[in-house]
Design a protein around this ligand. Structure first.
Ligand code: ZN
Length: 260
């Protein structure tokens, strides 16, 4: 019985790398207004269309030492980083929920959150398209987790409470700091988070996001960043942590990999 969980994890990590590659592409194209699906991947510097050999997650980057094979221009290290991060998030989802439909939805949530994190770090925006997609996915996840009316009610109430609280926080920060600290994208994200966690999970989401935010802000300032930092990465981390903790499927402990 040693093989099945090990293979599950290997396949999940591999899928995570591939979806991470997609996340990197979306994070690059979406803010520039380029069609996400259209056209082959190209080198951002020489425009050379990239072949299969250039697009193997992580390995292509390592083999070419982070340079384009055609023009020698650097390929940002954030691409392999995004791929590895997505793979890790996929594996965490499998650990939390066990095999099944839930883990697929958690994986898609991870992809959306990685895209949000990458774009918010670079442009200080959370794109509406991704928030909307995650809202739809969150409704589907609730339907899967709790088909009763109470489940839907909790999701709806979570979204309403989330956006209200975020709006208050935004007004409060604006008062204290005299500038916008919580953007409209962040406010909308609170509604998305409320859908995923339900009204009962909202307090946990805010606690985790707050903790992540404090750590992130410290790192941001240590690196000499602006006084106002993007809050999206902390919100994304907080949401993923709460959703995984509540996923409660049939967990697959890693110990299965070692002895059975
Ligand atoms: Zn090139």
């Amino acid at each position: 019985m040693i093989f099945i969980p090990a293979m599950n994890y290997a396949a999940t990590a591999l899928l995570g790398l591939l979806f991470g590659s997609f996340a990197g592409l979306v994070a690059y194209r979406l803010p520039k207004g380029e069609a996400v699906m259209a056209g082959r991947s190209r080198c951002t510097q020489c425009g050379h269309a990239l072949g299969a050999a250039d697009l193997v997650p992580v390995l292509s980057w390592l083999r070419s030492r982070g340079r384009c094979r055609h023009c020698g221009g650097t390929v940002a290290w954030r691409y392999p980083l995004i791929e590895i991060a997505t793979a890790l998030l996929f594996v965490l989802a499998l650990m939390a929920a066990g095999p099944g439909l839930k883990v697929i939805m958690l994986g898609l949530l991870a992809v959306g959150l990685v895209i949000i994190t990458a774009i918010d770090l670079e442009y200080q925006i959370i794109p509406d398209q991704i928030s909307l997609a995650l809202a739809g996915l969150g409704l589907g996840y609730q339907a899967l987790a709790d088909t009763t009316f109470a489940g839907w009610l909790s999701a709806g109430a979570g979204a309403a409470a989330g956006i209200s609280i975020a709006w208050l926080l935004r007004a409060l920060f604006q008062r204290i700091k005299g500038r916008e600290a919580l953007g409209l994208g962040d406010v909308k994200f609170f509604a998305v988070a409320g859908l995923w966690t339900g009204v009962h999970g909202l307090a946990d989401f805010m606690m985790f996001s707050g903790l992540a935010g404090i750590l992130f802000a410290a790192g941001w300032q240590w690196r000499g960043g602006d006084a106002v930092f993007p809050f999206g990465p902390a919100l994304a981390a907080g949401l993923y942590a709460v959703v995984l903790l509540k996923a409660g499927g049939a967990p697959q402990p890693l110990s299965l990999l070692m002895i059975r």
